[in-house]
Write a protein that binds this ligand. Structure first.
Ligand SMILES: Nc1ncnc2c1ncn2[C@@H]1O[C@H](COP(=O)(O)OP(=O)(O)OP(=O)(O)O)[C@@H](O)[C@H]1O
Length: 470
């Protein structure tokens, strides 16, 4: 091809390039017009971040001067005028979302994660963000999260999909202060505590968990709610069709339920090798025949209260609550490997509300707003004193209804989480659509291991619970 022929194609190429730009611009404009007000503000913010980056990077110390000329510069430079040093800045990719911008940048020599982290406060001011976080994003890259709208004070709603969750044991809690999803793994977790002042969202958090898991046949739920006498009165009325059992504030009924579950735990323990071929259910995961059995004890202090008084009834109730504590301790300490998970929700997790021998063996703990430092420590452990920003004492504000603080599962520190609200109508729909999955795990166990347990296992041997109760 001759030079003249190449020139002849130039107008065609220019038109093609312009056409591509025009298509891209109209797509961008279409997206901008279709977006709502909050999203448009984020799109504009993303444009500002991109346009102002060259100047800002240099002012924020996020650039390097490269004195070595490129091969082309050396080739074209005048002999008497050495090529100018180049200022290099990290390349950016900016994506807007409802809360602000997600920026991916590459690192340069002497401009790495640490430098970006040091500059975070400066970037937050320049980009008009509430806060900016910088995290590693693979070798030589960083992920910068800028939030313009504080996710913690932005209430959200969750509409359960009604489909079986991909990972039954991943509890999707909500988003953190940078609008990043927060999950907690329930695999091998024997107990979870949820604390917080009344009306700050404990039940709503549990409701979401129930709604997300209910469509799976591999999980069964039972609830003890100390706030009500009958199921239809309480927060869990809508989920009733998906519960294999429910008790209210009646201590005798609760005691019977806990005993039933301890029996299940012991019989599962005795027959797990026979039925599943493993000693720990988590090695094969929950299944229809061996479902994860979740016991939720709401207003848990009701069942463990210390009854004082010398009259006969007080003494009887005191013995009952003491036994309840021992039964629940058994479930938390011994239930994990046989697929029993206990979730305790209460206002305060201080020793007078929940026995510390139960609380301290629950590895996952969340707390909504708390009134005192003592209550925060009881809910989240001593370490919360070192993370004052995340202390749930500071969540005592109507804007923080639905916001909880939690210790991170795989690294030190705490995070605050905006949990979403689930409307009662959704709960009712999910419960009715998934009611056919409801089975008492004891019935399932009897079916799969009844004969084995009857003929091969002596459950009365070493029956410590019975001995204690006697
Ligand atoms: N995540 C949330 N986002 C927005 N609002 C919420 C959220 N969770 C709860 N709420 C609001 O707060 C009210 C009380 O919530 P919820 O019953 O879950 O609190 P609670 O801590 O369980 O209270 P209690 O201890 O009295 O049972 C709800 O009716 C709802 O209006």
């Amino acid at each position: 091809m001759t030079v003249q022929e190449i020139y002849a194609y130039a107008p065609l190429v220019s038109v093609a390039v312009l056409a591509v730009f025009a298509v891209m611009a109209s797509l961008w404009l279409g997206r901008y017009i279709a977006a709502d007000r909050t999203m448009r503000a984020s799109i504009r913010q993303a444009v500002r971040v991109r346009v102002g980056w060259k100047r800002l990077a240099q002012m924020a110390g996020l650039s390097v001067t490269d004195k070595m000329p490129t091969a082309l510069a050396s080739f074209t430079a005048d002999a008497d005028k050495p090529p100018k040093p180049r200022v290099r800045i990290p390349a950016l990719k900016v994506k807007p979302d409802r809360f602000g911008v997600i920026v991916r940048a590459n690192c340069l020599p002497k401009v790495g994660l640490e430098e970006f982290q040091k500059a975070a406060r400066f970037l937050a001011d320049a980009w008009r963000c509430e806060r900016v976080s910088v995290q590693p994003d693979g070798p030589g890259r960083v992920l910068i999260r800028g939030v313009r709208v504080d996710p913690l004070i932005t209430p959200t709603e969750h509409e359960p999909t009604g489909t079986e969750p991909e990972e039954l044991t991943t509890w999707h809690l909500g988003v953190d202060e940078y609008a990043q999803p927060v999950t907690v793994s329930l695999k091998d977790v024997p107990g979870v505590t949820v604390a917080g002042l009344p009306g700050y969202g404990k039940t709503s958090l549990l409701n979401r968990f129930l709604c997300d898991c209910a469509p799976s046949p591999n999980v069964q739920f039972v609830i003890a709610d100390g706030k009500v006498s009958k199921a239809y009165e309480g927060d869990y009325a809508d989920i009733m069709p998906r519960l294999f059992a429910f008790v209210g504030d009646d201590l005798d009924e609760a005691n019977d339920l806990f005993k039933r579950l301890v029996k299940l735990s012991r019989e599962r323990s005795a027959s797990i090798g026979h039925v599943l071929g493993v000693k720990n259910m988590w090695h094969v995961g929950p299944s229809e025949k061996w479902p994860l059995t979740v016991l939720i004890i709401d207003e848990a202090h009701t069942y463990f209260r210390d009854y004082r008084g010398s009259d006969k009834e007080s003494k009887r109730l005191a013995a009952l609550t003491a036994e309840n504590a021992r039964l629940v301790e058994h479930l938390v300490k011994k239930g994990r490997s046989v697929g029993i998970l206990v979730i305790l929700a209460t206002q305060k997790l201080t020793g007078d509300a929940i026995p510390t021998f139960i609380r301290d063996v629950c590895p996952v703990g969340l707390s909504f707003a708390q009134k005192t430092a003592e209550a925060s420590v009881a809910a989240l452990g001593e370490a919360i004193r070192d993370w004052p920003d995340a202390n749930p004492m500071h969540l005592q504000d109507p804007a923080y209804v639905g916001v909880a603080s939690m210790a991170l599962q795989n690294r030190p520190g705490f995070t605050r989480i905006r949990t979403p609200y689930v409307a009662d109508a959704h709960t009712a729909e999910i419960a009715s659509n998934s009611a056919h999955h409801t089975y008492d795990p004891q019935t399932l166990l009897d079916h799969h291991a009844g004969a084995y347990l009857e003929t091969r296992v002596d459950l009365d041997k070493d029956d410590d619970i019975r001995k204690e109760a006697a």
